[in-house]
Design a protein around this ligand. Structure first.
Ligand SMILES: [Zn+2]
Length: 286
């Protein structure tokens, strides 16, 4: 079985991106896995601190691993936005394939110091695990937004110089910059455009694969340009959450007498699968 690291380098050489999709339950996991399987592309399952507390940290790792083994399939689990060393340690110990330390809100030196501590610990436990870190604040919540959240300044993107210094001083495997992306989706309009030139410059100076967060709401053309410029992993969460919620609402309304959860929830699995399939086709140039 290929490691996540090999899977990412392969994506990079093919000029495609791997999709990262969050789950909070088994419906999400099956919806995402079936979408990836139908297209035969690798996929990463993400769980934020809140999502993994709900699923169970060890349980989330075991679920993804069980699919990887049963189907001999390149599916991996990543601990999405993790805000402290203690919580990074927890997922490293639980056997995750990757973890993100998110110190984007901290002063750069503090962000570097904690990221470095996370990288050292992770490598000491599992040399295969990938550690990602973030530089440049892009907001924190995967929800529908009325406007660009406070604290995000779209004219203050991560600079190639800071990216280089950050990656060199921390030793991270993956880097997530702020390049015009925001978490969440704006209501009724497209999200702001990504700065494609900046992505190219940062990929060159950082020297490691780049991850794009806040992928929900970005236009198809903008994604394609970003991948060509050096994005190898793309995070989608808000779009799946909306599809899931809408499907449950419809299912409950249309089946007022149904009480079997697996029948009521089936449309939500299919809805997630549909959204993920569409995104994976785009990210894989299909
Ligand atoms: Zn994110």
């Amino acid at each position: 079985m290929k490691t996540l690291k090999n899977t990412i380098s392969e994506a990079e050489s093919k000029k495609v991106a791997i999709g990262h999709f969050n789950i909070a339950n088994i419906e999400g996991l099956w919806g995402i896995f079936r979408a990836a399987q139908s297209l035969n592309v690798p996929v990463i399952i993400g769980v934020s601190e809140g999502e993994r507390d709900f699923v169970g940290i060890k349980q989330a790792a075991a679920l993804v691993k069980s699919i990887r083994e049963e189907f001999d399939y390149p599916i991996f689990i990543n601990a999405d936005h993790t805000y402290s060393f203690e919580r990074v340690k927890e997922v490293v110990d639980a056997g995750f394939d990757a973890v993100i330390f998110d110190g984007a809100k901290l002063p750069m030196e503090e962000n570097i110091a904690i990221t470095k501590q996370c990288v050292e610990y992770a490598r000491s436990v599992n040399p295969e695990i990938l550690v990602e870190a973030e530089l440049g604040y892009i907001g924190t919540s995967s929800k529908l937004l009325d406007e660009v959240p406070e604290g995000i300044t779209l004219d203050q993107l991560t600079t190639p110089e800071d990216a280089k210094r950050f990656v060199e001083s921390t030793g991270v495997d993956l880097f997530s910059p702020s390049v015009g992306n925001i978490h969440g989706m704006l209501k009724g309009v497209s999200n702001p455009k990504l700065n494609i030139d900046r992505i190219k410059e940062i990929r060159e100076s950082a020297g490691v694969p780049l991850v794009l967060h806040g992928g929900s709401g970005i236009s198809d053309d903008n994604f394609t340009e970003a991948i060509a410029a050096g994005i190898s992993l793309i995070h989608i969460n808000t779009e799946i959450r909306i599809a899931y919620r809408d499907a449950i609402k419809k299912s409950l309304e249309e089946n007022p007498d149904e009480i079997a959860p697996y029948r009521l929830m089936k449309p939500s699995v299919e809805a997630i699968q549909g959204v993920v399939e569409k995104r994976l086709r785009l990210f894989s140039n299909m």
